[in-house]
Design a binder for this molecule. Structure first.
Ligand SMILES: [Zn+2]
Length: 435
């Protein structure tokens, strides 16, 4: 078993946290911004120093490759993103980029023999926080392999026309890309012709590893989900003159519905957990009311509902509960529901998951590292890449389960442990006849 360097990893964490430093512990590093280019410059500088070959594709994804001993072998890639949300943390995305770099640096420093070329990669615009949607470029690059239901969300021309959600010198994503010195050739894109496996290392972004006292996790899948809009229709009238009994108050209806939905879903969750299933998670993140005036009763109310679980039967039952409730009258208002998107569970490649688990077992035996199998509730570039080439993920423990915020933290030791797990899993993949 080989080990990554804590000292080298700590140095990378400190250095990359400067690019977009917002001055209070976190970063704002929008995709294709000046700060994101500084991170790419540093990546290139460090990768050229170990003799890696640098390439860019037409979406400004950046690749650094160390050649292997077999000229016919396809590349094994480790990639994640270097963009962040506004006032995000120093780990989301960049941890996976630093992992790829650290693996190549360890291979170079220790002269570790390998057949396959090994590539460290930066995916462009994963967060989509300046130019939506999230996972834009993995959606573009993996487009031909995506399920038909997802394709309309990632049409190339629409992506290039994506307008900035915050201040930007460019009118759209396409213009920002055209201005980037890292825009290269389409033929350099990650593809099944040249690449045989993808590993993405990422912080967990939840509290499961920490609560269990484990440092790292072998990710099995990305949970399937549905996202719906739930709407209530009443009528508006004056807040001071209209008697309570005659009202059709859409906000009251929505509030009532949401409380009942929570009771029904909590009961169903208790039932499935009893049967040994993991719990499903459900969220109302957005709410809209009309006319939204303090002297008026609201005639329209609408909220989002996001439900995630790996088992399609569980998701289907959640949908049945939602539909049954939507068929009723709530505070004299009607209700209708509309699908926004639905995505099936994405299972990671069993062989690659196996390599990760074997590596973590070796780390447990030799270093006392504590690990567990884990599921991903969040989306990642790896999830789209998994439709195209064998892919898997490694998670690291996240302090207090917090991410997408400035207190987001992973210890240098846990980052290094995740990198060591990645390195050894990559070497097992390299040695396998199946890749
Ligand atoms: Zn991320």
């Amino acid at each position: 078993m080989y080990q990554c360097s804590l000292e080298r990893m700590s140095d990378k964490i400190k250095t990359f946290a400067k690019f977009g430093d917002a001055g209070h512990g976190g970063i704002t590093r929008y995709s294709l911004s000046k700060e994101a280019h500084m991170a790419r410059d540093e990546f290139v500088r460090r990768m050229e120093a170990i003799g890696a070959k640098i390439e860019c594709d037409d979406c400004a994804c950046l690749y650094a490759t160390l050649e292997g001993s077999d000229p016919n072998a396809k590349r094994i890639v480790m990639g994640s993103h270097c963009d962040s949300v506004k006032n995000g943390g120093n780990y989301d995305g960049i941890e996976g980029v630093m992992t790829g770099m650290e693996v190549l640096e360890t291979v170079a420093a220790e002269n570790i023999p390998h057949k396959h070329p090994l590539t460290a990669m930066i995916w462009t615009n994963e967060e989509g926080s300046l130019y939506p949607p999230a996972m834009m470029v993995s959606g573009i690059i993996c487009y031909d392999y995506l399920p038909d239901s997802l394709k309309p969300n990632f049409e190339y021309d629409n992506m290039m026309a994506s307008k900035p959600m915050d201040e930007s010198p460019y009118a759209n994503f396409g213009e920002a890309l055209a201005a980037s010195k890292y825009k290269g050739d389409k033929e350099n894109r990650i593809s099944p012709d040249k690449y045989c496996a993808m590993f993405e290392t990422h912080l967990e972004q939840g509290p499961i590893l920490e609560d269990a006292g484990n440092e790292i996790g072998a990710v099995q899948l990305v949970m399937g989900m549905f996202n719906y809009r739930v709407r209530f229709h009443g009528f508006t009238a004056h807040a001071g003159t209209f008697p309570m009994a005659k009202r059709h108050d859409a906000l009251h209806a929505a509030a009532d519905f949401l409380c009942e939905l929570h009771k029904a879903y909590d009961a169903y969750n208790a039932e499935i957990v009893e049967k040994g299933e993991p719990e499903f998670v459900f969220t109302t993140g957005e709410i809209y009311v009309h006319p939204c005036i303090h002297t008026c009763i609201n005639d329209e109310a609408e909220f989002s509902l996001d439900v995630r679980h790996p088992n399609p039967d569980v998701r289907a039952h959640c949908m049945d509960i939602l539909k049954e409730m939507a068929g009723k009258i709530w505070q004299q208002c009607t209700c209708d529901i509309e699908e926004q998107w639905v995505r099936d569970t994405v299972y990671f490649d069993k062989r690659l998951v196996g390599f990760v688990e074997e590596s973590m077992d070796e780390m447990k035996a030799e270093l006392g590292t504590k690990w567990q199998k884990i599921l991903s509730g969040a989306g990642h570039d790896a999830q789209f890449c998994a439709y195209m080439i064998p892919t898997t993920m490694i998670f690291s423990r996240t302090k207090d389960g917090l991410s997408h915020c400035e207190p987001e933290h992973v210890s240098d030791e846990d980052c290094t442990a995740a990198a060591t797990a990645t390195l050894n899993a990559v070497l097992k993949c390299d040695a396998s006849d199946e890749f």
